[in-house]
Design a protein around this ligand. Sequence first.
Ligand code: HEC
Length: 228
Amino acid sequence: MAAFRTRNSLVLTVGLFAAGALMYACSSPQPAAAPPRAPELWGDMKSVVSVKELMRDMLDPIADNIFDAVSIVVDRKGTVETEPRNEADWDKVRIGGVTMAEGAYLLKVPRPFAPAGDENNSTGPDAVELSPAQILAKLQKDPVEWNARIEALRNVGLQVLDIVKRKDTKELWDASENLDLACEACHRSYWYPGETPEYYTRLDRRLRDRFKSAASDAGSSSKPSKSK
Ligand code: HEC
């Protein structure tokens, strides 16, 4: 404790000295330059692929290490329960957790949203997806939301790592659900905001109409409908 205090007062003295030096420097009329920020990264970050490809080739396939870790499948042959049973199984879940927790921050590195020329499903009457330019505009308007969605994904990764340490299979079910929510919340906001409940109601109505007219076409057809 004494050592701690001594160190503290030393820091204070040095601090005061620095403040004095700063005041001295500030006595000239020029505005003081902001102190240089401590570097947060050891080097520059450069992206390789678009967001879409980062999803397809990294986050999506490795998310399955978490999604597929626990399941119950019931079919005619019976019930098959999957859960991590040995070290190799838990290793896989851990790889999923590390990839989500670390990989999420790759979404902070500026990169195109889709490969050049790919406009997503953003044109035509049934377009539900935003174009890459629209996604970028939305992000630039509110970077706080984008970063919050990234933190949400990272937090699930951290939760998974904690679960792996405790080998808590029951909680893995929650984590899997949380992961799904983290992915989907971002997608609904940035990727396909057009997929609203109204969109599905319209789609459903259209499919039903099409089915009905197809059925009546078949009924009025001159060809015998049951030739066999
Ligand atoms: C911070 C936001 C964000 C999070 C979190 C996120 N995604 Fe995405 N994802 C996007 C955006 C934006 C696109 C669409 C990019 C485009 O097509 O322009 C996308 C696209 C995709 C695609 C489409 C790839 C293709 O080739 O069509 C898949 C698959 C995907 N994400 C899976 C996931 C999974 C699985 C998770 C969770 C583990 C996840 N994403 C989490 C933003 C996010």
